[in-house]
Design a protein around this ligand. Structure first.
Ligand SMILES: *[C@@H]1O[C@H](CO)[C@@H](O)[C@H](O)[C@H]1NC(C)=O
Ligand SMILES: *[C@@H]1O[C@H](CO)[C@@H](O)[C@H](O)[C@H]1NC(C)=O
Ligand SMILES: *[C@@H]1O[C@H](CO)[C@@H](O)[C@H](O)[C@H]1NC(C)=O
Length: 320
């Protein structure tokens, strides 16, 4: 169905046309009309929702403040066309086929306060993507089933950000250090992601504990699946900061056993040596005793022969 522009937008568009004709050289991306299949009103709202669009609408009024292109199949936000809309405050791109947002996509949208990128096919968010959006208050980026990576500094410069929703994506970790340092942040939707409940996600789990909303649960490792991220956070804090890990404990158990075994074996060896030594000593003593006995027998004989001699001497002395 083709929607006709509302008649009330007519005088404004004529004015813009006049201004453009005199001041701005012609450009392929700006126009004074209303894009095909869109409705433009005098409140500078351009409504193009659910029009089976596959490309970003052309001929957008330069002064557009609200642009709604949701429920289409738009695959790309062209930076050039988008950045002419420097007065844009509200941009709803939900339910399209966006796979990528480049660093320059939002380069000139300094007044943008509301951005909806939900229900797309984004896979990752880079460092500088939202950097220029100095007035951004609310960012909805839910239901991108392949979105698994958000750069730690992706929101670092969005000083006005109050509400961020990244629910129902494919996120496992999310470094929130720079996000929670923002002065205005008051709500972050995290539910429905397969969060990692390991040390790499400790900061998030501890922070979630304060704001838990129920559906923010662990996706891995297997033994924590389905448990609330905030609940696991307390355990992670002790687990991740232990100076002794489980390997250290295993090491001590093994070392303890080795020392015990070595002690037992050495005691046994010592015992054997002592017994053998004792036996040897005993044997030697016996031998000595036997030698002594033999010796004493011999000395006995010697003594008797000597006495015989003495007798002889006596006899001789007698005879002398
Ligand atoms: C997305 O848009 C299509 C039409 O393009 C519509 O049928 C569908 O219900 C929309 N989905 C959501 C979640 O809004
Ligand atoms: C989600 O991420 C995991 C890896 O972390 C990947 O294996 C899976 O295919 C992703 N799911 C989707 C729908 O892209
Ligand atoms: C999180 O990101 C900040 C920079 O924004 C970095 O300094 C910090 O080391 C990161 N934390 C983790 C756990 O990776």
């Amino acid at each position: 169905m083709r929607l006709a522009p509302q008649p009330s937008a007519q005088p404004l568009r004529l004015l813009v046309l006049l201004l453009l004709a005199t001041a701005v050289p012609s450009s392929p991306v700006i126009s004074t009309g209303c894009p095909d299949r869109c409705v433009c009103d005098d409140q500078l709202v351009v409504q193009c929702a659910g029009q089976h669009l596959t490309t970003f609408p052309v001929n957008l009024p330069l002064a557009t403040r609200q642009l709604i292109i949701s429920n289409n199949r738009i695959a790309e936000l062209p930076p050039l066309a988008l950045n002419y809309l420097s007065d844009l405050v509200y941009l709803d791109c939900s339910n399209n086929s966006l796979t990528e947002i480049s660093e320059s996509t939002f380069g000139n949208l300094r007044k943008l306060a509301y951005l909806d990128l939900s229900f797309n096919t984004l896979t990752r968010i880079e460092d500088r993507t939202f950097g220029p959006l100095a007035s951004l208050v609310m960012l909805r980026m839910t239901d991108n089933p392949g979105l698994s990576e958000i750069h730690p500094d992706a929101f670092g410069e969005n000083a006005a950000l109050q509400v961020l929703d990244v629910s129902r994506n494919n996120l496992t970790v999310f470094n929130i250090t720079s996000l929670i340092a923002l002065p205005a942040v008051r709500s972050v939707g995290l539910s429905g992601n397969p969060w990692s409940c390991e040390c790499d996600n400790e900061d998030l789990s501890l922070w979630v504990h304060l704001e838990d909303e129920g559906q923010t649960v662990c996706g891995s490792p297997a033994d924590t699946q389905g448990r609330r991220l905030g609940e696991v956070g307390i355990q992670l804090r002790t687990l991740c900061h232990q100076t002794l890990g489980s390997w250290d404990y295993l090491f001590f158990v093994v070392i303890g056993f080795v020392i015990f075994a070595a002690g037992t074996v050495s005691a046994w060896v010592m015992g054997v040596i002592m017994v053998l030594y004792e036996r040897y000593i005993k044997k030697k003593d016996e031998q000595l005793e036997m030698d002594d006995e033999e010796e004493s027998i011999e000395t006995g004989r010697a003594a008797s022969t000597r006495s015989g001699h003495d007798n002889g001497n006596l006899k001789t002395s007698h005879t002398v």
